[in-house]
Write a protein that binds this ligand. Sequence first.
Ligand code: FE
Length: 223
Amino acid sequence: MDDHRVTRRGSLIKLGGAGLAAVLGWKAVEEASGAGPAAVASGAVSCVLSPEQTEGPYYLEGDKVRRNVTEGRPGVPLTLKLTVLDVSTCKPIKGAAVDIWHCDAVGAYAAVTNATFLRGIQRTDGKGAATFKTIYPGWYQGRTVHIHVKVSLGGNVVHTGQLYFADSVTDKVYTRSPYSSRPGRSTRNPDDSIYRNGGSRSTLKLRKVGTGYTGSITMGVQR
Ligand code: FE
């Protein structure tokens, strides 16, 4: 199913988010039901600028271009479908470089040990989509579950953000091995200061597929 059906809307959208311009006149993408300010507030409309968030300490230049980033790391399979739209036109952007990196099931980042697991780059296709095969991230002290993302166009970074997971889904996943070997995660979405600055608009839409999940989101960027 293509969940990126674009519907042009001329509605003037007003958002109070600290990281956003006060008034966004962009045409909105209607992903499911409803449109207009209420739909924006509820997250149903996603052709709005994705919130900029810190890239954090574990970004490395020169990640590998590859779809499967797991390198055999154990965990619940996660297919990520990340779509990039131009917020000024609401049209998909082809050829954008999407860079992701996240920690493994026990909360470790490759960057700490000069390894390369769970990091990679894909270029968006004609529908603006970049797809990755990875695992559901683990957690580390003081942060809610997240995936870092950076989007570049022609070598220029146009978006740096983080992607989040519904706590209820994480709770289910973390009952499974190997996550269950490390219980008691410290921080849930509402407790995370970075999440609180726009995280609800950067939360993946998760769908159970087989033993794993697909996570999809549309990221609106400015060229
Ligand atoms: Fe992180």
